[in-house]
Design a protein around this ligand. Structure first.
Ligand SMILES: Cc1cc2nc3c(=O)[nH]c(=O)nc-3n(C[C@H](O)[C@H](O)[C@H](O)COP(=O)(O)O)c2cc1C
Length: 199
């Protein structure tokens, strides 16, 4: 077992199914565990011919339905990116685990629907407060202090709240360890197909 984390995962990988099992355990744990770097993942979108990446907090992982949920400001540029081209990739690495996860898939944007209502209701007051900021995410401004979060009706922020559901079709696992690197790709088309890759 890996001793640099409280997560009970193998120290070596000989069965390819274990690489998927570990990836799912890591993402499951990362929803609540803010100490793992997998709690904050890098999500990339297309902006015309550019690729744009940003860090987002993992809010939910569903291995059965193969999606991860993120919260964002409905006025953020990435919303337009995903509406135009839903293709996306997700990347995470935690040196404590020596594991990198790379997921390919697509993002569905949710705004003022059952998904956003549920997500908003389970958000903390601190998280909700971010969505009350005037002007919206990424507006060019002269004086940032004018945009510091103020006390007001936190619930008004719901109108600026969006949920990104990232549904993945492949998951790549990379474990870098001197005793033997392991890299595996898991893809879902009709069913699951798993292959080892040269690390
Ligand atoms: C630690 C950390 C956590 C963040 N979490 C989120 C998040 O959950 N959702 C989000 O939209 N932006 C989050 N951000 C800000 C984004 O990285 C990004 O700057 C912002 O969403 C604007 O992105 P965009 O211009 O690509 O739309 C986070 C940034 C950091 C550094």
């Amino acid at each position: 077992m890996n001793d640099s984390s409280t997560l009970s995962i193998p120290d070596s990988y000989d069965q390819i199914s274990d690489t998927l099992g570990t990836a799912e355990l890591i993402l499951d744990d990362a929803v609540e565990n803010a100490k793992t770097l997998f709690h904050t993942l890098v999500l990339s979108s297309h902006d015309e011919d550019k690729i744009v990446s940003r860090v987002v907090v993992l809010r939910e992982f569903n291995s059965k339905e193969r999606y991860l949920r993120f919260h964002t400001d409905a006025r953020a540029p990435k919303i337009k990116h995903f509406k135009k081209n839903s293709n996306a990739s997700l990347l995470g690495y935690d040196p404590a685990l020596k594991i990198q996860l790379k997921l390919q898939g697509s993002v569905d944007v949710h705004f003022n629907d059952d998904v956003t209502k549920l997500s908003w209701n389970e958000s903390t007051t601190r998280s909700k407060k971010c969505y009350s900021v005037e002007g919206g995410s990424s507006l060019k401004i002269e004086n940032p202090s004018e945009y510091d979060l103020k006390d007001g009706n936190i619930e008004d922020g719901y109108l600026n709240f969006a949920v990104l559901k990232f549904k993945y079709t492949s998951l790549e696992f990379l474990y870098l360890k001197s005793s033997g690197h392991r890299r595996a790709i898991h893809s879902w088309n009709e069913g699951l197909v798993s292959n080892w890759l040269v690390p």
